[in-house]
Design a protein around this ligand. Structure first.
Ligand code: FNR
Length: 358
């Protein structure tokens, strides 16, 4: 069985590519423009950052435990908000949440674009962040953010790098291809059960590009939970995020899906950590594909990393078990890489593990 032979995140991706209908794979795998931004992330991880091993240090017991907003978690690896999980597997977001629960990782639930209703996802017991779009109609947004703490969410993740909902070129080809290749299940796989038809139509009125920091401030009034601004690359925006109440920042270019030739998120991380200077917790995503990537991100000051597409590929290959295996693979690789650097806990990871000439 090819699935059981998957050992690395790229094995899961290759198998998902074989198993998914091609237009579904392309939707998940989509990169804006020529994909320069995504590639820049991979190049930065692979060529710019090098790990310098340390030897003969006792690393018998390694722990990935860490704290995020004052709470202890089993690992710094977090499932990023992504869309339409039923395209990958019929368990959809319930499968993803179950896999994350079993792997003891935080799951970020994309409320609006979930293909499974929230109450089903909340049956799973693992720690969760709630992801929202500021373009959600105000009444709905206020209600879900108001109720988030009671429902057990630990933080609110707000997408900041998606100014409008005008036609984007990632979803359209999905439908165009579907009509050519006869994907009869497609529409069944893309419901938005948390929104009714009226809400979906109303949503268009809120997607005009008029969202600003004032919207983040209003959100902040609705909850005591930490607010995480996702999609920041500029240190100027990091400063503004803090000014407007953010407790966390995800340095991200959205997996290279927004504006092509934006810099690699991992390249922007160090400057943002410097500017933030401990006033908020800083996370990073895009292109995290191995334990060494996680180690490098933490060395540059990230409190945690978010992982997007590999989760969808795990879900495609093995349902909830595939999600669990993707996350366990990353955790196992991270522990091995820490051992090679003589590190036994997350708080020992710092820039000293990155090679620099004397
Ligand atoms: C995303 N991402 C995303 N981000 C966000 O803030 N809101 C969203 O609705 C989505 N939707 C979405 C759909 C799909 C199919 C993908 C692949 C990604 C971006 C996501 O949260 C994350 O930033 C990237 O996926 C991280 O990059 P990698 O790990 O996929 O390389």
């Amino acid at each position: 069985n090819q699935y059981l032979k998957c050992r690395s995140l790229s094995d899961f991706e290759n198998l998902a590519k074989q198993r998914l209908k091609s237009h579904r794979f392309h939707y998940y795998n989509y990169k804006a423009g020529q994909g320069h931004t995504y590639q820049a992330c991979r190049t930065y991880f692979d060529k710019q950052l090098r790990i310098i091993p340390r030897v003969l240090i006792n690393v018998e017991e390694i722990s990935l435990k860490t704290t995020i907003f004052g709470k202890t978690y089993e690992s710094p690896i977090i499932v990023a908000p992504t869309t339409f999980h039923c395209l990958a597997n019929r368990d959809g977001e319930v499968g993803t949440a179950r896999g994350a629960t079993e792997a003891q990782c935080i799951y970020t639930y994309n409320w609006m674009y979930s293909t499974k209703p929230e109450h089903e996802v909340l049956q799973t017991t693992g720690p969760k962040f709630l992801h929202v779009y500021l373009t959600t109609p105000t009444k709905i947004l206020e209600k879900i953010v108001n109720e988030a703490e009671e429902k057990g969410y630990r933080a609110i993740v707000v997408t900041c790098d998606h100014p409008t909902d005008r036609v984007r070129d990632d979803v359209l080809p999905l439908f165009e291809e579907a009509s050519k290749t006869i994907d009869r299940e497609l529409t069944e796989c893309m419901p938005m059960p948390n929104m009714n038809a009226k809400d979906i139509i109303e949503k268009q009125n809120f997607s005009t590009g008029s969202i600003t920091w004032a919207n983040v401030e209003s959100l902040k009034q609705l909850t005591k939970l930490p607010i995480i601004c996702k999609g920041i690359l500029s240190p100027i925006d990091a400063e503004l995020a803090i000014k407007h109440g953010a407790n966390g920042i995800v340095v991200s270019n959205h997996g290279g899906r927004q504006v092509d030739t934006a810099p690699a998120a991992i390249e922007c991380l160090e400057d943002i950590v410097k500017v933030v200077d401990g006033r908020a917790e800083v996370f990073v995503d895009t292109g995290i594909r191995s334990g060494t990537d996680v180690l490098k991100a933490l060395a540059l000051g990230a409190r945690g990393v978010l992982v997007g597409r590999p989760i969808l590929y795990g879900l495609t290959c093995g349902g909830h078990d595939g999600v669990k295996r993707v996350l366990e693979t990353l955790k196992r690789e991270l522990m091995y890489d820490m051992a090679c650097c003589g590190l036994t806990s997350i708080d020992q990871i710092d820039a000293n593990i990155l090679y620099q000439h004397i």
